[in-house]
Design a binder for this molecule. Sequence first.
Ligand code: GDP
Ligand code: IMO
Ligand code: MG
Length: 454
Amino acid sequence: MTPSTRATTSRPANCSAVVGLQWGDEGKGKAVDLLAARHDAVVRYNGGANAGHSVVVGGTRYALHLIPSGILYPGKRAIIGNGVVVDPWKLIEELDGLASRGVDTRGLMISDRAHVVLPYHKLEDGLREDLLKGGAAKAHAEGVAGISEIGTTRRGIGPAYADKVQRASGVRMGDLLRPGVLAEKLELAMAIKRPLLRELAGKQPDIDLPRLREACAQVGTRLGPMITDTTYLLHDMLGEGRPILFEGANGTLLDVDHGTYPYVTASNCGSAGIPSGTGVPMANVLRILGVMKAYSTRVGTGPLPTELKDATGDRIRERGREFGTTTGRPRRVGWLDLVAVRYSSMINGVTGLAITLLDVLAGFDELRICTAYKVNGSVTDRFPPDAIDLAAVEPVWTTLPGFGEEIGRCRRRQDLPDGARRYVEFVEERVGVPADIISVGPDREQTMVRGESE
Ligand code: GDP
Ligand code: IMO
Ligand code: MG
């Protein structure tokens, strides 16, 4: 029997996953970094360079976009699964950036089936956004509800996933190593994209096919040694009983199926993305850590029921340094929405919570938490993921006492001031899941782990 056939049947499940329970930027990078020590590989299964995962080690900050956060641990495998869309130029930039800071990137492997984000995807992403922007302004002027721009990262994510689903012209990482196939696919893609881009841009798109072919061949040569069948690689590891950590990108409320559609990204960001994005069955994943901020943030457009557009929001934004890791955009900020988090926890099958950025809430007299929604005069604890429905809800608040003291130096749960401890307990009770991790600062050290610190 080969290891790969033994993998999912006779070995105990010993894998873990880290998923975001809100609209992204929950602190997944830090959570992955904490858990990576106990795993042999860290695997990205969704999204692309729209993600920005920060890890702070001993005061040094790393921002990872495509490379799994586990790369910072020497000797670990870092795997980009088939469900990711890879911008090879961005990936090389990231590899070089890490190498220049002394990080050993030899553990990186990339699925030959991951799709490639090409320059025309980024162009299309931007042009579609511009079109929506114009359309929304017109609709607004005419007094009708328009669909506004999504506020994408303009990294070509949506168009690349769309081409994957359209099939024939979708370029996969493995195709970068097959010049004949690559040329044929690019030719086909151009036949479809050129008229579309010309129409959207109102001018001839600036795409030189021979130059693009050459550029693809160059990145193929550079990345070639890392491109492989990662599904068998993972199953071989499972067969050897080696624990694997799955690193979710974006957040459950940005999930294309379960998020606040259409203001979402283009992939399954939650745990459901793991089997399709890696080829590893869910039965292997024993622990699912749901990462949630102690409040809410959102980048881009779409409803945020607890949004604070006042001085309180500004204060949280400043204290939490809520500016995007990928685009630098200021994040929209709101009080914690437990209707949303309970929903995400349910969708993901979360077994433990990581409550992050709790330190940001120090200094408020009272803390508000949304525990239900009022819709058309009645109260519900159910989350309506459709954006139009969600925009119509009104939060029902529970007010908890605040805590005055800074908590960045607390290392045990019992050291937290009463208000902070009560806040965490309230979240645990309402979500029905224990807080495995409480994070009180960006650094690895600023963490309380259940069972370790008390
Ligand atoms: P991700 O996309 O989920 O990995 O999150 P990001 O890295 O985009 O954003 C989270 C930000 O919060 C980063 O700047 C982290 O360094 C920072 N961070 C993480 N945990 C904490 C925490 O407990 N307290 C504070 N103050 N910052 C944190
Ligand atoms: P991490 O992994 C926050 C948001 C964008 C936009 C929408 C669609 O760092 O948590 P896209 O470029 O994916 O088509 O944009 O999704 N978005 C994120 N917001 N964190 C992320 O990733 C995000 N990835 C996408 O702002 O609203
Ligand atoms: Mg981020």
